[in-house]
Design a protein. Structure first.
Length: 261
């Protein structure tokens, strides 16, 4: 168990303190997705209604984009693939889209802590990986200055804190790229090619957990992983939401097995 988390999204809460009761009156916890006020010491980041419609993500093969369970990676992956595996907290839908949009563009930084802690607790409970360090996917300095923060770096900080491992900013984005939202899958890979570089001459040794907010085509995370990947380094990715196109979801059989998740 890590830092008071036991299972999730309903994790065990420590005994309430008077200061928590006091703060709850003025700053109550709210559901991450719909912002409904949650009862005190509720023990979940989502309200009952959002929990009912929440489809947990899980482990995804970054090569064939299929979901899978169990400890062994997908059989189509080889050790040469820079991004070894991918983990997502949720499937991207309207509610998650709104949450991530507010987190990225509307200064809703307060969600970084509960999301980072939740992501870490899932990584541990599902035995996804045991990282030696956490690395965020960087923004170009111009974009970070405009926004005032990098949402992936905030997520990475709280994920690392909960996992009790260091969070190191080993990557920089040295080339400004166009936004990925309005371009095709192929163009996305071209758009980010060569956009990242490492601040170190040699790759880190051990298991690296690379953190980003959303995974769609994987172009950004695969490019970032390729910079960190090296002999003696294994890069695992983790995101808040996975946003594949529907064809990929049907092909992977995700919808067929949804009720069991
Ligand atoms: Zn809710
Ligand atoms: Zn695969």
């Amino acid at each position: 168990m890590i830092n008071g988390f036991r299972g999730s999204p309903r994790y065990r809460q420590p005994e309430p303190r008077w200061i928590d009761n006091f703060l709850h009156v003025f700053f109550p916890d709210r559901c991450l997705l719909c912002r409904e006020v949650l009862p005190r010491a509720y023990g979940s980041p989502l309200c009952n209604s959002c929990l009912e419609s929440y489809h947990p993500g899980g482990k995804i093969c970054p090569h064939c984009e299929g979901f899978y369970r169990g400890l062994a990676p997908c059989s189509c992956l080889s050790d040469n693939f820079p991004l070894h595996e991918l983990f997502t907290l949720a499937l991207y839908d309207q509610k998650w889209r709104r949450l991530i949009h507010d987190f990225k563009y509307k200064n809703r930084r307060s969600v970084a802590r509960p999301l980072g802690k939740w992501l870490a607790s899932e990584i541990v409970s599902q035995q996804y990986c045991f990282p030696d360090l956490v690395v965020p996917v960087p923004l170009h300095c111009r974009r970070e200055n405009e926004r005032g923060y990098n949402q992936s770096a905030l997520l990475a900080r709280y994920t690392a804190q909960t996992l009790n491992v260091p969070c190191l900013h080993l990557l920089i984005k040295h080339r400004h790229t166009h936004t990925q939202t309005a371009i095709s899958r192929l163009e996305r890979f071209e758009n980010v090619r060569g956009a990242f570089k490492s601040i170190k001459k040699s790759p880190p040794v051990g298991t690296v957990l690379l953190i980003d907010d959303v995974y769609s085509t994987g172009s950004t995370m695969k490019e970032a992983a390729s910079i960190l990947h090296g002999r003696g380094t294994r890069v695992y990715g983790a995101v808040i939401a996975y946003n594949p196109n529907l064809r990929d979801l049907h092909r992977s059989g995700f919808y067929a097995g949804l009720d069991q998740w």
